[in-house]
Ligand binder design. Structure first.
Ligand code: ADP
Ligand code: ZN
Length: 305
């Protein structure tokens, strides 16, 4: 653990906290009004007791200046303010975290505004505020990693109703050369079941990161992600569609998805220039944590008279 005394003395009066709560790892950070990260830590996601202790231990030295915390959490989560289980993780397959009161636990230690949303919404917000979505009205963000998650916002407000969207589970049509049955426990061959990292590994017996860039499978992967972009375009007309996550570390994928998307949409709607329409996150792996800081800032501003 680093020494934080220099921050307490010299940094601005008010700082913000961010938590990117992922299924495999947690990232915690504190940052300034300008969303500059001052300190960050990362640790594996284990049990709620163990992991939340690390979260609280990270933020404790900043308690006096900490004005708010923004949390982007793996889901599904309860985002309905009036619900008795608001702030809980709900039906996650990670059994130890089922029905865990995340916001309530934080509130026990930090009685400050806490903004609570999905991990992918936080990343979407980060790109909207400080990345490739800056100045645009509609931004959609997908993460293609251990799962596939999707979020969208319009003028800074997340698309949500009775709950947050679960866009990663949209249905897509199968590539004619793909006979993988899919591995989503709920829907088998939904987008996540066909195109997330574990689906690649189960299908080919090799992790995506170990697959050559010229492997013919990437055309199949692009076909699925292009359908995701197609559906998103026709439903939301977002100004940008951003694809992040581990699988998109394959740099050739962006172009493949763009090309396949143009083919699928077939001129039906006039889309923005493709190079700036389907993109990877400008903030890279920081999209979620910067989004968390920005959400904390928003929560604090909303509380002020
Ligand atoms: P998480 O979703 O757990 O936050 P990631 O976004 O890194 O983490 O996603 C992990 C998944 O992405 C794994 O299934 C892994 O095999 C795959 N992956 C990670 N890096 C790459 C890469 N460079 N190319 C293709 N797949 C990758
Ligand atoms: Zn599914």
């Amino acid at each position: 653990m680093k020494c934080f005394s220099h921050i307490r003395r010299e940094e601005p009066m008010m700082i913000y906290g961010a938590i990117e709560a992922g299924g495999t790892k947690f990232v915690c950070a504190v940052g300034t009004e300008e969303l500059t990260i001052l300190e960050r830590v990362s640790f594996p996601t284990t049990t709620p007791v163990e992991t939340m202790k690390q979260v609280i231990d990270f933020f404790k030295p900043f308690k006096e200046q900490l004005a708010g915390i923004g949390v982007g959490c793996f889901g599904p989560i309860d985002i309905q303010c009036k619900s008795t289980s608001f702030g809980h993780i709900t039906s996650t397959p990670k059994l130890a975290w089922q029905n865990f009161n995340f916001v309530g636990t934080l509130k026990q230690y930090f009685n400050i505004p806490i903004e609570w949303t999905t991990d992918v919404n936080a990343a979407c917000y980060g790109e909207y505020v400080a990345g490739s979505g800056k100045g645009l009205a509609g931004v959609a963000y997908f993460t293609v990693g251990t799962g596939i998650g999707g979020g969208a916002l319009f003028n800074g407000t997340f698309v949500e109703g009775f709950s947050h969207p679960e866009m990663g589970h949209m249905l897509i049509k199968r590539h004619p050369k793909d006979n993988f049955s899919g591995n989503c426990p709920f829907h088998q061959d939904c987008l996540e079941g066909m195109a997330a990292g574990p689906a690649i590994e189960k299908r080919l017996g090799v992790k995506g990161q170990n697959l050559l860039a010229d492997d013919s499978f990437w055309q199949i992967e692009a076909f699925y992600l292009a359908q995701c972009a197609y559906n998103t375009t026709l439903m939301f007309s977002s100004d940008r569609i951003i694809f992040g996550g581990g699988v998109m570390k394959q740099e050739h994928m962006k172009k493949k998805v763009q090309d396949k998307f143009v083919e699928l949409i077939n001129g039906y709607v006039e889309i923005p220039p493709i190079d700036s329409y389907i993109i990877t996150p400008e903030l890279g792996d920081n999209a979620g944590i910067i989004g968390g800081l920005a959400l904390a800032r928003k929560a604090v501003r909303n509380k002020q008279p």
